[in-house]
Design a protein around this ligand. Structure first.
Ligand code: NOJ
Length: 546
């Protein structure tokens, strides 16, 4: 199938910047970022040169999973401000030419959502329970969970409730934390409620949604045991064949949602967070009547190995094009080890495990810096749409030294500290080297501690430095836009093993991943690190303009 691209299809080539609200900018001084803080800093993102922002959840929530446990889908949590603050943020973004995508979390609610509270207070078999996945337990007293599924965050995916009259009762399913009960998408009431939620935000003017757990909503109707050995990895990706994940029934939901967003003008979009492999299978999420984009997690998970990187690029371009969707690219987000650190690890690190001071194969900081910059330049040259995670433009590494009593990712507690989890990429970002909390918060507080070594990489220190990572991102984004790399054709060049070379539009890109010193032609317009005597060593990428 060929894509019919019109110049108004902004999302086909957009660079979308992820804001993690609690860690971006705090205006109130409570140490947690908020919407007014975002509004006050948006001009910097416009200056950086991104096209759109995506905000992780800011809805009412007890914050058991940093807001991915939503208690009210159509209100702002007081931690982040008010609906009026949201409107002001949206208006400011639009006035700066930035589109705004918000997160929607349809697989589960918070256990504090009114629906779940009503379910707990109601009898088995009631309409209140039918919005969730309640089942009787197995074994003589129903004391065993209904099946053997495990939570992505560790431990069983079922929790037993105490019935209103005080006796041990049914179990409810939660693919994530026990504070995040899964809703039952075979129930039309659930579908109608989410139609309402979509319309609520579309009516306010958002440009689209990043759809959380887009591979998880439809479960096998019989909820059978999972019988393959490999139980838990990443956000479900390694569980293909698991009756909870990537079931055919999700596609009907996305077709329904596509019809809703298409009712609105202005090209509102849906982006799937679907940990589905291989890419040819993930392409089903972005068929013309489903979502517009899906995050390219196979690309994100690829190690720093030239042939693997080349293969995943080819596979991505082919798979997405086969359904007329743009390829997407992403290296970092709030769930993964930040890419400079991740690409420099020397020991395996399964997704979701995270890294801390005792992890094996910790990255060498110099290698991490070089590799992170090279990987970024490679990614930003690729045709399609790219996602960035706040702070990557500063070259932030993963934070290792977070004291156990400050860690907040439920993964850490649910695995008794065996997995560090995702806090290391979520540390509030540094704006000004000499300000309290590096300018993140006027009070100097930060919900996760910021490393003192971040002063030299604070944004204000990098702004005027031509060699800084911030400057490199700004130049790359400007050239990407001016030379229309997002809609250009990619053609591979013959290069030595370990080195990738391609042309994209009128730009030639050479990335020395793990190859020999490689001579590069004149005409470099951008370099992750400068060539020495006309050659680039490993962990370098250059753009050359014809
Ligand atoms: C994916 C989100 O990105 C992650 O942060 C969250 O914990 C899970 N979905 C559950 O909502």
């Amino acid at each position: 199938m060929t894509a019919t691209t019109t110049s108004t299809e902004w999302w086909r080539t957009a660079v979308i910047y992820q804001i993690y609200p609690r860690s971006f900018a705090d205006s109130s001084g409570d140490g947690i970022g908020d919407l007014a803080g975002i509004t006050s800093r948006l001009e910097h993102l416009a200056a950086l040169g991104v096209d759109a922002i995506w905000l992780s959840p800011f809805y009412r929530s007890p914050q058991k999973d940093a807001g991915y446990d939503v208690a009210d889908f159509t209100d702002v949590d007081p931690l982040f401000g008010t609906l009026a603050d949201f409107d002001a943020m949206l208006e400011r973004a639009h006035s700066l030419g930035l589109r705004v995508i918000v997160d929607i979390v349809p697989n589960h609610t918070s256990s504090e959502h009114a629906w779940f509270q009503a379910a707990l207070a109601s009898a088995p078999g009631s309409i209140e329970r039918a919005r969730y996945i309640f089942r009787d337990g197995r074994g003589p007293d129903g004391a065993e969970p209904p099946n053997n599924w495990e939570s992505v965050f560790g431990g069983p995916a079922w929790t037993r409730v105490t019935e209103p009259e005080g006796t041990p009762g049914q179990w409810y399913l939660h693919l994530f934390d026990s504070s995040q009960p899964d809703v039952d998408w075979s129930n039309e009431e659930v579908r109608l409620e989410f139609d309402r939620v979509l319309r609520f935000w579309l009516d306010r003017g958002v440009d689209g949604f990043r759809v959380d757990v887009a591979h998880g909503l439809a479960k096998h109707p019989d909820l059978p045991d999972f019988v393959i050995d490999e139980m838990i990895d990443s956000m479900g990706a390694a569980q293909m064949g698991h009756p909870a994940w990537a079931q055919e029934g999700v596609h009907e939901i996305w077709r329904r949602w596509r019809a809703v967003v298409d009712e609105y003008d202005g090209e509102r979009i849906l982006t799937a967070e679907a940990w589905v492999e291989p890419l040819s299978r993930m392409a089903a999420w972005v068929r013309p009547d489903e979502m517009h984009q899906a995050f390219n997690f196979p690309y994100l998970m690829t190690l720093w190995d030239a042939s693997a990187v080349k293969s995943v690029i080819d596979e991505s371009l082919g798979a997405f094009a086969s359904v007329g969707a743009p390829a997407t690219w992403v290296l970092s987000n709030h769930d993964v080890v930040r890419h400079p650190s991740r690409l420099a690890l020397t020991a395996p690190n399964p997704q979701g495990v995270g890294i801390g001071p005792d992890s094996p194969g910790l990255p060498d900081p110099a290698v991490a810096r070089a590799r992170g910059r090279a990987a970024t330049l490679l990614m930003l040259a690729l045709p399609g749409s790219a996602y960035m995670f706040q702070g990557e433009e500063l070259g932030l590494p993963e934070v290792l030294d977070i004291p156990a009593d400050r860690r907040q990712d439920p993964t850490f507690a649910r695995t008794q500290g065996e997995r560090y989890g995702r806090d290391g990429c979520r540390v509030p970002i540094p704006w000004e080297a000499d300000a309290p909390a590096f300018g993140f918060s006027p009070s100097g507080q930060a919900w996760l501690p910021q490393p003192a070594e971040w002063a030299p990489i604070a944004r204000d220190r990098q702004l005027a430095d031509p060699e800084s990572t911030l400057t490199m991102y700004a130049h790359a984004l400007r050239l990407r836009r001016e030379r229309r790399l997002g809609s250009a054709e990619l053609t591979w060049l013959d290069t030595p093993d370990g080195v990738l070379g391609f042309t994209v539009g009128d730009v030639t890109v050479i990335a020395n991943v793990d190859g020999p010193e490689t001579p590069v032609p004149d005409g470099i317009v951008l370099a992750a690190s400068r060539p020495v005597a006309g050659s680039i060593p490993q962990d370098t990428c250059v753009w050359i303009a014809r």
